[in-house]
Design a protein around this ligand. Structure first.
Ligand SMILES: C[S@@+](CC[C@H](N)C(=O)[O-])C[C@H]1O[C@@H](n2cnc3c(N)ncnc32)[C@H](O)[C@@H]1O
Length: 258
């Protein structure tokens, strides 16, 4: 029997070490949050890569995440900066907060953790219900294309290497992706290796996560079916045309603005 692997989100400190140098989408979301003109909610806020930068920019931002260890790490980092964000443990597929927001952000491909179309719609409806009149949901994902589907299925590949901010050593991430085409779900079996100065592997952290991919033609039904009246799809944070095998950025408005 296979031993179940932990999720990458079960250890907030380890996740944070992996993402310490990652600035993916951060400037874009900070600008969106600054221009919101009202309170902002980051859904699946993790260890605060985006949220802390928004707070430092003076944005009234709150965070929600399903995994308490991620929020514990975020809280520790915030306290070190003298910041005290309002954070909620909650599931993006079903949450109820008392406040309403001018913008809801779901950065860094986190929406993929809704694993069926039904879960996606539940999450989108929940976001829609938590927006103020005139508010918008902003999220990023990935538009799968030929490269994604042609990539070796079930083969262990090197995803990348980053310096470990704690030790100065190298963290090396391997990923074995297994695609379930019927369910549109990718299973990722990951190994994070810690490498010492001599190149030896001194620790291995196995992890596993599931992610649903969404085809271009699904988004209209998902967003329209969740109450949004208008949306734009972009091919990246520079707001270019959507392209297959690239990031997809979505802005969806709660209602028609006059
Ligand atoms: C890739 S991380 C992104 C974290 C953060 N937004 C960032 O940009 O660094 C994905 C996040 O989604 C959270 N997550 C996964 N499933 C979730 C769910 N059902 N509801 C809320 N958060 C969830 C994880 O705990 C993790 O923090």
């Amino acid at each position: 029997m296979e031993t179940p692997r932990p999720s990458p989100f079960d250890d907030g400190e380890l996740f944070d070490r992996m993402c310490a140098t990652l600035d993916y989408g951060v400037d874009f979301y900070v600008e969106v949050a600054k221009e919101a003109g009202g309170p902002v909610l980051e859904v699946a806020c993790g260890t605060g890569r985006v949220l802390l930068r928004c707070l430092e920019a003076g944005v009234d931002v709150e965070g929600l995440d399903l995994y308490p260890p991620m929020l514990e790490t975020l809280r520790r980092k915030a306290q070190a900066k003298g910041l005290h964000p309002r954070l909620h443990v909650g599931d993006m597929r079903e949450f109820a907060l008392p406040r309403r927001y001018a913008r809801i952000l779901i950065p860094f491909n986190s929406f993929v953790h809704c694993l069926t179309a039904e879960e996606q719609v539940r999450s989108l409806r929940c976001c829609h219900a938590h927006l103020l009149p005139g508010g918008a949901l902003v999220l990023d994902g990935f538009l799968p294309g030929p490269k994604y589907f042609a990539a070796a299925n079930g083969t262990r590949v090197l995803e990348g290497e980053v310096p470990d901010p704690r030790t100065g050593r190298l963290l090396r991430m391997y990923d074995t992706r297994i695609l379930d085409h019927e369910a549109q779900v990718q299973r990722s079996l990951m190994e994070l290796e810690e490498i010492d100065e001599g190149g030896a592997v001194v620790a291995v952290h196995p992890m596993e996560t599931l992610a649903r991919w969404t085809m271009r033609e699904e988004w209209d039904g998902l967003l329209g079916g969740s109450g949004f009246v208008r949306w734009e799809l972009f091919g990246g944070f520079d707001r270019s045309e959507p392209r297959e095998d690239e990031a997809l950025v979505i802005l969806a408005w709660k209602e028609e603005t006059p």
